[in-house]
Ligand binder design. Structure first.
Ligand code: SF4
Length: 393
């Protein structure tokens, strides 16, 4: 179905978590209104974009996702302004999935009431850990008790589609404490969970400290890579046993509760992003066009700061289809890719897939559909690289 996902970035947070590598931060409250107005102008301007883009823009929006940052920090009037602008610019399906990312303990009653009025039907909570020592060590501003209460509060308001984010590899995390967080997810009855492994890179304070071998931000209490991988595997097994099945490398859901919006990214369905560092992708036959906004808040607020669109060739599209599709448990249908991209384009990939099956990194079902094994998930970058290596230019 040719539908569109709309993403809006809201980069404001009450405090910056030590592991965070997103374009987000703590800014003066006055900047929020300025920002909302810039995003509204960007949304309103979408119909004035060039004709080539219009030609590839699906007519109906079936998912809206406000991420960040902490969108729940917006005032009710600012939320109304954003949603009114989106509904004015796009035909939003009455069945659209409408998700807001929230920090536990940071949703006022007025904002929660506004969510319901605006048709928000899915909340994604950045819990990361239900264990207080772990949450505090990385600068989260909530306790496990607050997280549990917040899930109940949102559900009581009528929003049943709830996701909980967890991070494996936080400072002070042990197999026992990780089990506590996983049990809390299951006991809470939420239908969706996302489990990420701690990212160690130069874009976060904790990542920098780990790379430098220092001890600030509790870096010396971070489990090593192998233990973090074990925690992740434990989460896969534990959630699966509880009926919260893995449908993507980092995402788990009870039957029928997978995130429509997130699936668009992995299934290469079109989406438009608005706001700071927001990314977009529209399909153009067997190719695509991608574009993004600046990750500099001053530049974005001043001008909208859209970066140059990038054309995605047929070959790159095939690589993306393999790379993104294999993130999903259902995997990739090689026969479907042959039909879209041509038999020759898939030849080397299919041969390499057979080798990877023999090495235990891929499963192959029904002759054509390939998917990662548990071991393949841990070595997914290597598997992706080998599969796309032979794709002809
Ligand atoms: S992890 Fe989330 S809440 Fe924490 S600083 Fe980053 S965007 Fe904000």
């Amino acid at each position: 179905m040719n539908t569109l996902g709309v993403y809006i970035s809201v980069p404001f947070c009450r405090a910056k978590c030590s592991y965070c590598n997103f374009a987000s931060g703590v800014f003066a409250a006055g900047r929020m209104q300025q920002y909302v107005e810039r995003v509204c102008a960007e949304v309103a301007g979408v119909r004035a974009r060039d004709a080539a883009l219009q030609a590839h823009l699906p007519q109906q929006v079936d998912s809206i996702y406000l991420g960040g940052g902490t969108p729940s920090l917006l005032a009710p009037q600012q939320l109304r302004q954003l949603f009114a602008q989106v509904r004015d610019a796009f035909a939003v399906s009455p069945q659209a999935e409408i998700t807001l990312e929230c920090a536990p303990g940071q949703i006022t009653d007025a904002v929660l009431e506004e969510f319901v009025r605006l048709g928000v039907n899915r909340i994604s909570f950045g819990v990361q850990s239900f264990v207080d020592q772990e949450a505090a060590a990385v600068g989260r501003l909530h306790t496990g008790q607050q997280c549990r209460a917040e899930i109940g509060r949102v559900r009581a308001a009528g929003i049943a589609e709830i996701n909980v984010d967890l991070i494996a590899g936080l400072p002070h995390q042990t197999a026992e404490s990780w089990r506590t967080s996983l049990e809390q997810v299951v006991d809470s009855g939420v239908p969706h969970a996302s489990v990420y492994m701690l990212e160690v890179d130069e874009d976060s304070r904790l990542g920098n400290e780990l790379l430098a071998g220092g001890a600030r931000y509790h870096a010396h209490f971070v489990p090593d890579e192998d233990r973090t991988a074990d925690l992740y595997l434990e989460a896969c097994a534990f959630l699966d046993a509880a009926g919260i099945d893995q449908y993507e490398i980092s995402n788990f859901a009870r039957a029928g509760h997978a995130s429509r919006h997130n699936c668009k990214y992995w299934q290469r369905q079109p989406y438009l992003g608005f706001g700071l560092d927001a990314h977009s992708m529209l399909l153009t036959g067997t190719g695509a066009v991608r574009f993004a906004n600046s990750d500099d808040l001053d530049a974005y607020t001043a001008t909208g700061a859209a970066l140059e669109p990038q054309t995605v060739s047929r070959r790159e599209s095939l690589e993306e289809a393999i790379f993104l599709g294999l993130r999903m448990t259902e995997g990739v249908d090689l026969e479907h890719l042959r039909n879209v991209f041509g038999r020759d384009a898939l030849q080397a990939c299919a041969t390499e897939a057979e080798t990877l099956v023999q090495e235990g990194l891929l499963h192959q079902r029904a002759g054509q559909r390939i998917r990662l094994t548990d071991r393949g998930r841990l070595l997914s970058n290597e598997v992706f690289a080998r599969l796309i290596d032979g794709v002809p230019a």
